[in-house]
Write a protein that binds this ligand. Structure first.
Ligand code: NAP
Length: 480
């Protein structure tokens, strides 16, 4: 495992802790070696100390065991290398020479602008052979055009089967549970269609603001940072047909069909079906929160969106007529990611209404902060008469399995080592997602409208609620 960007935030917060757990729990082959690369000067020993300081912060205290750390650290080595300098790569070849017939995973945890020189230089020193795989972090481009440029440059060196484009949402247990729920149970699939489902909501909300990613985020915005990848991937898993096998090409073919069936949002529809917002100053739990344009490394006149809500439809037999509402934002009232499947009402109401707002059946799949499934049913209210009320069947995966929850990166790193690309994005998926997203961004640019302001610590702009109210719907968290 060769981690380019081995001293960076991603390596320290996610990759090394995930590798530590895989090591501690016996999932790494005894010969597995981890090489961290960056420009900074470190000896292997000083790098191990540096890594220990960080990893111990991101691994649960009770899981950080000295003996496991020592045997893990013994797998690690460090090489100072500037990926933009071809002349430095022979050092890497020398380091890897003794392992020349081992699987080599090159994890590019660096700026995307360094992807092309890195793979070109790897090829030039003979390291991009059939034993090599490359893992690419998001963002993969800023548009279809730029994503294609990156993919072409990578594709000139690595064939598609050896390219692993990571979307860590797909590594989450709860996301895979969505597939288990749909295709491992006979119960839901017959109902999983427009005849029975009224609408679907997919929300990925963060309570934090842009933190110290201002320079990247101010160029990207929520549409490129979240919708183009995480939200569309979740939508694919909710909506896709059952694949013939649970194997990479079969699963990815089905996801691609959904992306290709997404109704385009262009022209006037961009104003009608999308809401973009930006957080203004606000408050959360008594703490004052700054406006986006006062955050570090953000332009004071920034028009970048920190919130997006939109309504889309999938033009196929299963989903025709079912609205899919997507929503993501920063500095929101709560951190949560969830998928809400709202079923249609019963065809004929036999029992009297109880209360003003009787609910239909609803399935809520929580991905974050807790992972679980909540099925809301109607039951008879205790006492006289046949008034109904809403009750939940609640399944919390942490309670149900009483086992440590794997972090998404653990699962995904192990998949890369084993060469399983099922949970990684194929090039044509990325392209289809950009093809759908590009016209929305262009529509926003054409109308020169500023994003709608919402107070930090709130549920986003009012327009995001109106988007659903027009159809008689409401975000689950906005219902009275
Ligand atoms: P970061 O903290 O800025 O780390 C960048 C790493 O790249 C450092 O180790 C840096 O070390 C190294 N580097 C920079 N220029 C280099 C060069 N010319 N040659 C060799 N190494 C070089 O960034 P990050 O947050 O870890 O993010 C890395 C990538 O992952 C980015 O593309 C980011 O968008 C993506 N990503 C990050 C996260 C996250 O949670 N952090 C999540 C999703 C995606 P030196 O300066 O010493 O060379």
């Amino acid at each position: 495992m060769v981690v380019f960007g081995g001293t960076g935030d991603l390596a320290m917060r996610k990759l090394l802790p995930a590798l530590y757990y895989l090591h501690r729990d016996g999932h790494l082959h005894e010969g597995t070696r981890i090489y961290a690369l960056a420009r900074a000067q470190h000896s292997a020993e000083s790098y191990r100390k540096f890594a220990k300081r960080h990893v111990s912060q991101y691994v649960a205290r009770s899981d950080f065991e000295q003996s496991s750390w020592e045997s893990f650290a013994a797998r690690m080595d460090y090489l100072s290398l500037d990926v933009s300098q071809r002349v430095e790569f022979p050092k890497l070849t020398k380091l890897l020479k003794k392992d020349s017939e081992r699987v080599r995973v090159f994890y590019l945890a660096t700026l995307p602008s360094l992807f092309a020189p890195t793979v070109k230089h790897l090829a030039s020193v003979g390291l991009a052979d059939e034993y090599a795989r490359v893992v690419l972090e998001k963002p993969l481009g800023e548009s279809l055009l730029t994503a294609n440029q990156i993919n072409d440059q990578i594709g000139a060196v690595f064939d598609e089967s050896r390219v692993f484009r990571i979307d860590h949402y797909l590594g989450k247990e709860a996301v895979q549970n969505l597939l288990a729920l749909r295709f491992g149970n006979a119960l839901f699939e017959p109902l999983w269609r427009n005849a029975h489902i009224d609408h679907v909501q997919i929300s990925v909300l963060e309570s934090v603001g842009v933190e110290n990613r201002g320079d990247y985020y101010d160029r990207a915005g929520a549409m490129r940072d979240m919708v183009q990848n995480h939200l569309l991937q979740l939508l694919c898993l909710v909506a896709m047909e059952a694949p013939v096998h649970f194997e990479p090409e079969a699963v990815r073919n089905e996801k691609l069909k959904i992306l290709e069936a997404l109704r385009p949002i262009t022209g006037m529809d961009v104003q009608d079906r999308t809401v973009r917002g930006q957080y203004a100053a606000g408050e959360h739990a008594g703490e004052r929160l700054p406006a986006y344009y006062f955050e570090k490394r953000v332009d004071h006149d920034s028009n970048t969106e920190t919130f997006v809500a939109l309504k889309t439809e999938i033009d196929n037999w299963r989903w025709a007529g079912v609205p899919f509402y997507l929503r993501t934002g920063k500095s929101m009232a709560q951190r949560k990611s969830e998928i809400v499947i709202q079923f249609k009402p019963v065809p004929y109401r036999l029992f009297p209404r109880s209360g003003d707002n009787p609910e239909n059946n609803r399935l809520v799949i929580s991905l974050q902060p807790d992972e679980g499934i909540r099925l809301s049913l109607m039951a008879k209210s205790p006492g006289r008469g046949m008034g109904l009320q809403n009750v939940d069947l609640d399944l919390d995966f942490a309670d149900a399995f009483k086992r440590r929850r794997w972090d998404a990166y653990e699962r995904l790193l192990l998949d890369v080592i084993q060469g399983d690309a099922t949970l990684f994005m194929r090039r044509d998926e990325i392209e289809a997602a950009w093809r759908w997203v590009d016209p929305i961004i262009a529509g926003w640019q054409d109308c020169y409208r500023s994003p709608k302001r919402y107070p930090a610590g709130s549920w986003g702009p009012d327009a995001a609620d109106s988007l659903l109210e027009r159809q008689g719907h409401a975000w689950l968290d906005q219902r009275s």
